[in-house]
Design a protein around this ligand. Sequence first.
Ligand code: SAM
Ligand SMILES: COc1cc(O)c(CC=C(C)C)c(O)c1C(=O)/C=C/c1ccc(O)cc1
Length: 356
Amino acid sequence: MNTQIGSEDDAMLSGQAQILQYTYGALDGMAIRCCVELHIADIINNHGRPTTLSEISIAIDSPSINVDGLRRLMKFLVHRKVFDEMAQSEEEENEPLYSLNHCSKWLLCDTDVTLAPLVMMRTNPVTLLPLHVLSRSINEGGTAFKAAHREELFDFCLLNSEFNRVFNEGMACIARITTYAIISDYKDGFLGSKGTLVDVGGGIGIAISEIVKAYPHLKGINFDLSHVISTAPTYDGITHVVGDMFESIPPAETIFIKCVLHDWSDDDCIKILQNCRKAISKETGKLMIVEIVQQPIAHDIFDDVRLSYDLVMFSHFSAGRERTEREWKKLLDEGGFSRYNIIKIPALQSIIEAFP
Ligand SMILES: C[S@@+](CC[C@H](N)C(=O)[O-])C[C@H]1O[C@@H](n2cnc3c(N)ncnc32)[C@H](O)[C@@H]1O
Ligand SMILES: COc1cc(O)c(CC=C(C)C)c(O)c1C(=O)/C=C/c1ccc(O)cc1
């Protein structure tokens, strides 16, 4: 009996710790943002060796720097295993040395492969405010983004050039990371394809240009709306085509579609998939969807983030969602694709290969 009471108390205490941890979890993201804003990872990296707090504070180069605040931030981030810390020597007065680890390397700003722009996008007040009105969007319908900002995301981006830049840079950095994972882990997929590869909703063409650079036997078409294509740079081997995926998609041997379907309702996805189906040959055509596949049971290190993404989609778009394999299968069936394979890559998303 006593044991049972004890275990109930233990369970309540651990529940209390859990809720407190979730409640204060917002600090994790904000501490990481602070570290990106102060370029701490770059400062340590530029030293080329483990770095002291004084060296970091000198490099931040602010006349009124609060070194105590910086020390407390570093203590928090070391505890969170974002940076490594080691003692210089046994003597207590010696400052600890901070170094980068596998986590803080993703916070470097002066590099191509980085998560820093995503950190700045996700922790931006514009992106965080909708999360304060999630309950309103559940009670009353409509997107939390619109409830918070009076405009849908698309219009808000058109009207706010600074947030538009932050948003696009955040999207581009995650797109680049995913594209590298696709190119390196899906070699057979591209080597086995020939002719034209169309990237539907390809944005300014970052993904398709990298794919065609790596697999130059493919002819790339980047397909998107006119206001997006008008801002796209030119790339070797890529033709930009303006159009509406709800009307028709250019004919192709293979269609690539990344992070597009998760913005749309099931009915809209079926229309897009039917147009993909019409654009490819029945015998040899192939569709490559790059999206999150939600897993019902523990799967890998990205499980938690995948689940969070569904709430991101819910708060930004009324119809946007992250889907399970069963949900993808239903959409593919109705879109005219009779079989599919899910290929796991080292990323949040998977590749869903589908065939007519
Ligand atoms: C979330 S972004 C994904 C961009 C890119 N595929 C990536 O992974 O970074 C969605 C893209 O779909 C495009 N899009 C939206 N509606 C479209 C339509 N009706 N026809 C073609 N493209 C469209 C948007 O302009 C945008 O570039
Ligand atoms: C909030 O919108 C997004 C946030 C994201 O982080 C991603 C990247 C997705 C994964 C890593 C799974 C997104 O793809 C989106 C969107 O899909 C955004 C769509 C969008 C943005 C702006 C517009 O004017 C229209 C659609």
